[in-house]
Design a protein around this ligand. Structure first.
Ligand SMILES: O=C(O)C1=C[C@@H](OP(=O)(O)O)[C@@H](O)[C@H](O)C1
Ligand SMILES: C=C(OP(=O)(O)O)C(=O)O
Length: 414
């Protein structure tokens, strides 16, 4: 699908969509309770649908309604294949969870997921008693449990997502596990996992996110879990407000542990005019200045920050470009190529991106089947001379199916 975003001023109020990261963790946790559980304000983005498909294939009965989902344990045997769609979190979080069962299961995926690395999963799972095989470090990945408590070393330099899965599965094993984590990146995502576990009644001890002690068995307590609003999706809307008008985003937890809440810091650094009220953040257009920002631990902020930097006077440096290679696209290259097409002055280095603010001309871009590239190009279009046509625009459904409608609802036509 091609989508044209016209240059326009915006003014409006948008409710942040449900957080994909929180939703996927909640779906896994609801399954792990083994009891009847509810998720309120769920996400039905593509990655959430993949997670729901997996817990259903693992034997959970789901009662899907528009504003809640009821999970109840089924007595069926799990299906042998778990389809992760294009979700990195699903294919790295669910192997440990699937391996709690003794049956052999294969986790597969599609599109870019096929070329995203899974090699960090194999050795630790083997150390914990699981028979585990990948296709030369890539999908599909096959596991035969049961996972057993023990000691393992996890390399988290490429992704935190496998550690999330391990921390969710090991509390259900008999005995104490010790996990040594090397070179963790995206640390706030692990803080988020630990916070969710606490809400389900599970305590994990750790020292500086390097040494984790997990006592088991600790049962998950069933509850009615409300999914937080998504700071990652909200980041695009707030940048849109800061560069092209006024936007208020509601349904945001101001003390959220989500990594992308750091958009507030980035917006403050460039001098954006922000108002924070209870569960609502407003961004108003004003003069913006180039800034420096370290996105190593919040890599999903790169795309909205590139759009922001284009509207800032002077030079912006965003660190952490090494974290962009194995996302839904090679995001460093995708941002460089597509933003250059619409007139941005942008350079990519191994560890950073540098952008010199300038008026964008607009034109045609490709989304690389990457939701965050599509959303970044859409908000950059608001301040461009001719507007931007995004090819493959439908990929926003991976995390934020209502994105274009929400953005459109704020447009002010003069
Ligand atoms: O745990 C999560 O929900 C996520 C962790 C991050 O991945 P990495 O840990 O691979 O950086 C992030 O980029 C991804 O969008 C979601
Ligand atoms: C990288 C992302 O997700 P995942 O790794 O879960 O596919 C993302 O949502 O930007």
């Amino acid at each position: 699908m091609k989508k044209f975003i016209a240059p326009t001023q915006i003014n409006g109020i948008v409710a942040a969509p449900a957080s994909k990261s929180d939703m996927l963790r909640a779906a896994a946790a609801a399954y792990l309770t083994g009891k009847t559980c509810e998720i309120v304000h769920p996400s039905f983005c593509d990655d959430a649908k993949a997670a729901l498909g997996i817990v259903s294939a693992l034997g959970t009965q789901l009662d899907l309604r528009s504003d809640n989902i009821l999970f109840s344990p089924g007595n069926l045997k799990p299906e042998p294949v778990l389809d992760c769609g294009e979700s990195g979190l699903c294919i790295r979080m669910f192997p440990s969870i699937a391996a709690l069962r003794p049956e052999t299961m294969t986790l597969t995926g599609r599109g870019s997921l096929i070329s995203r690395p899974l090699d960090m999963i194999v050795q630790p799972l083997r150390e914990l008693g699981v028979v585990c095989q990948t296709n030369n470090g890539f999908a599909p990945i096959t596991v035969t449990g049961p996972l057993q408590a023990g000691k393992a070393v996890v390399d988290a330099s490429v992704t935190s997502q496998f550690l999330t899965g391990l921390l969710m599965a090991l509390p259900l094993c008999q005995g104490t596990s010790e996990i040594i984590v090397k070179n963790l990146k995206s640390t706030p995502y692990i803080a988020m996992t630990l916070h969710l576990l606490e809400q389900f009644g599970i305590l994990v001890e750790h020292e500086q996110y390097e040494h984790f002690l997990i006592h088991g068995p600790q049962p998950y307590h069933p509850l009615s879990y409300s999914v937080e609003g998504d700071w990652s999706g909200a980041a695009f809307l707030l940048v849109a407000g800061a560069i092209a008008g006024n936007v208020s985003v509601t349904n945001l937890k101001l003390d959220s542990l989500q990594a992308d809440r750091a958009i507030l810091d980035a917006l403050a650094r460039c001098g954006a005019d922000l108002t924070l009220e209870e569960s609502r953040v407003s961004a108003h257009q004003g003069t913006l200045y180039g800034f420096e920002f370290d996105a190593v631990d919040c890599p999903d902020l790169f795309p909205p920050l590139v759009a922001l930097a284009c509207a800032c006077k002077g030079k912006t440096v965003i660190y952490g470009a090494q974290r962009l290679k194995v996302k839904e696209s090679d995001r460093g290259i995708a941002l460089l190529t597509e933003f250059r097409k619409i007139g941005a002055n942008i350079a990519l280095y191994p560890d950073r991106m540098e952008i010199s603010g300038s008026e964008l001309d607009g034109g045609n871009v490709h989304a690389y089947n990457d939701h965050r590239i599509a959303m970044a190009c859409a908000i950059a279009a608001l301040r461009s001379r001719k507007g931007v046509t995004i090819e493959g625009a439908e990929c926003v459904a991976k995390s934020y199916p209502q994105f274009y409608e929400d953005l459109q609802s704020t447009a002010v036509y003069t």
